[in-house]
Structures are given as C-alpha cells and as structure tokens.
Design a protein around this ligand. Structure first.
Ligand code: CO
Length: 181
C-alpha cells in the first residue's frame, strides 16, 4: 500500500470527465488501487477521494463517513450514476484537492445512486445528509467538476484571493511523502 499524491486545484486532470471503467479490465489491479485510495484518504482525514484526484482517468471513487458510536461507513463506487435526487441542503464543504478551503455548497438532501461495488456487482445506494453530500461531491469530481465550480459567481469571486494564496502552499504539498497514520 502507498499514499498517493493528491492533485490540487489548477491541475487539468481535475477538470476532465473521467472514463467509464471496464471492470474486467481493471479487476486485477483494483484491490491494490483501492487500498492506496483508502490509505491516501485516511492519511489526510478525507471523507471521499475520486480516482482523478490521484491522476487516474477512471470513473471510480471511495467514500468513508465517520459516524457516532458506529464503525465508519466505507464504500467503493464504480461508474456511479445519479438515479434520483430530492430536497436541498446548503452546508460547508471542503475537498482534498483544495486543502484548507471551505465554502457552503447547495446540494440535494437525498440521493439515489446506482454503481458497481469493488466486486463488480451492481449496488443501489440511498443516502441523505453527509453521505448524500459526499456522493454528490465525488460524482462531480468524476464529471470534472469541483465544489468551487458549484458556487455562485459572487462567492467564487470573493474566494479568489484566498484561493490564490492557498495555491502557492499547495505547490509544496505532496501527500505521497507523508507517513501513514
Ligand atoms: Co473533493
């Protein structure tokens, strides 16, 4: 297992829609890749990580939601598609490709997502709250959309100076050089 470097804001791979995964094609390499993705996400305390955030053009992501008095909810989504959404929420969001930056983003409160799991089996996920937020955030990544793209123009403009300042720090940040926790 290894921690991978996480691509930061400004890197083109984050702006490109990812390629649908051919499960049979990736099957052999998948366990090692997913282990790396979970390790990378855990090392920086993230709730989700999309494959293109570590530079791979694959429509898959991992999610890990911490829950009170319960085991964390861990999930692999391959080729996820949004089947249904309802309601609305407006909460703070962050992203491992924008470390230290947070902003309120409008999301659906409930979603139904269809995907394949790590075994290549079809799954249907009904989520709300934090879990729904993470699913929408990661699916956006896989479509080449970051959470900052979801902000109204005025918020984006207000955020610009902070973003430019953080961008300088991100240049020096390489998660693959971190020690596993
Ligand atoms: Co993100």
């Amino acid at each position: 297992m290894a921690i991978r470097r996480i691509c930061k804001y400004g890197e083109k791979v984050l702006e490109k829609k990812t390629r649908k995964v051919d499960y049979a094609e990736v099957k052999k390499d998948l366990p090692a890749l997913l282990a790396d993705m979970f390790e990378t996400m855990d090392a920086v305390g993230g709730a989700g990580l999309a494959a293109n955030q570590i530079g791979l053009d694959l429509r898959l992501a991992v999610i890990k939601i911490q829950r009170e008095n319960e085991e964390p909810l861990s999930l692999v989504i391959i080729n996820p598609e949004l089947a249904e959404k309802s309601g609305s929420m407006y909460e703070d969001e962050g992203c491992l490709s924008f470390p230290g930056l947070f902003a309120k983003v409008r999301r659906a409160a409930k979603v139904k997502v269809r995907a394949l799991n790590e075994k290549g089996l079809p799954i249907e996920i009904n989520a709300e709250g934090l879990f729904a937020k993470a699913l929408q955030h990661e699916m956006d990544h896989l479509d080449g959309i970051t959470f900052v793209d979801r902000l109204p123009l005025l918020s984006r403009l207000k955020l610009k100076p902070a973003l430019m300042k953080l961008k300088q720090q991100w240049k020096k940040l390489d998660e693959s050089k971190m020690r596993p926790m």
